[in-house]
Design a protein around this ligand. Structure first.
Ligand code: PSU
Ligand code: MN
Length: 300
């Protein structure tokens, strides 16, 4: 489907021709979620993790008026540079394409694009959700999960969010939350939010079996939550104190809309002396690995 709006990278083209499993990866985390130059390293490490499990990475972004499915290393480096780059959620796609703008795709835009080209597995760090204090600020990641037949592997909703409200939103919209070897939903930076998953899964095959049935009976998105690496996870209490401060700062500075999530993540990175960045990196790689295993099981 190389057409007016989509273009495949050469490695993705080859994977499609030979029927290899694909995993979609987002670029907002690269361009806005992590500091330079770690961001580019992480992008490469996620791709390597997908390959190590026998699948092919399709990192997605907007370039020269097209949605690129499978950025090349050179293109990825431009995204990590971050210049003239927009954060692209679904509402931004048409404007950016029509104007030939470059843009990094959120989980929502990535999952939506993946669904358009038949890719089912998506990996990320933390998904967006319902914001605290401003419950009308709901990430488009959620409605995209409700409407697109994709399986998103993540470490839970980002800790900056209202986790209970986010969890309820997923329930209301029929999105199953599967815990990867766990009974409760992790909170991205912390091991557990205390909120229960819908079902625990322990293997890629089991996960794929549920996904196949979900899609066969007309279900849409599925969320697979993976606990962050235990040795790097941050205690909830410490994180909460940092978040409270960061949210108050955002309020004072008038930061809102698309800019809020990157602002909060950057503040947490600062206040943890980079610990949150090391954690984010480790969990992104782990999630990419697990998504690849599930993608393979889905093909089997
Ligand atoms: N996970 C991370 N870092 C990020 C994001 C997720 O570890 O930067 C990004 C994802 O692209 C997600 C977006 O889709 O944040 C959500 O932003 P918002 O709340 O503005 O929808
Ligand atoms: Mn928002």
């Amino acid at each position: 489907m190389n057409d007016a709006h989509f273009r495949f990278g050469p490695h993705v083209e080859a994977a499609r021709a030979s029927g290899q499993p694909l995993v979609a990866l987002e670029t907002v985390v690269v361009a806005f979620g992590l500091p330079h130059p770690i961001n580019l390293q992480v992008a490469h490490e996620m791709e390597a993790a997908v390959r190590a499990e026998g699948a092919v990475p399709a990192t997605i972004g907007l370039l020269e008026g097209r949605i690129v499915i499978g950025l090349t290393p050179a293109e990825l480096a431009e995204f990590a540079g971050g210049e003239n780059l927009r954060k692209i959620s679904r509402r931004d796609i048409a404007v950016a394409l029509a104007r030939g703008e470059r843009g990094a795709t959120t989980v929502a835009a990535t999952a939506w694009a993946a669904a358009r080209v038949g890719i089912r597995a998506v990996a990320t760090g933390g998904i967006g959700g319902v914001h605290r204090g401003t419950p009308f600020d709901v990430s488009n990641d959620l409605p995209t999960l409700a409407t697109e037949p994709v399986l998103v592997v993540c470490a839970g909703p980002k800790a900056v969010l209202d986790l209970r409200a986010t969890r309820e939103w997923l329930e209301t919209h029929g999105v199953p939350v599967l815990g990867w070897g766990i009974e409760t939903i992790p909170a991205f930076y912390s091991a557990s939010s205390g909120l229960r998953v819908d079902a625990r899964v322990d293997t890629a095959e089991e996960t794929a079996a549920i996904a196949r049935v979900h899609w066969a009976v007309g279900g849409k998105g599925i969320l697979v939550v993976v606990p962050p690496p235990a040795d790097l996870a941050l205690p909830m209490g410490r994180l909460e104190a940092i978040l409270e401060q960061a949210m108050a700062e955002a309020e004072r500075a008038g930061v809102q809309g698309w800019a809020l999530t990157p602002f909060l993540l950057a503040r947490v990175a600062e206040r943890t002396g980079g610990e949150s960045v090391a954690l984010n990196r480790a969990l992104l790689i782990e999630n990419a690995r697990i998504a690849a295993r599930i993608a393979r099981a889905l093909e089997a």
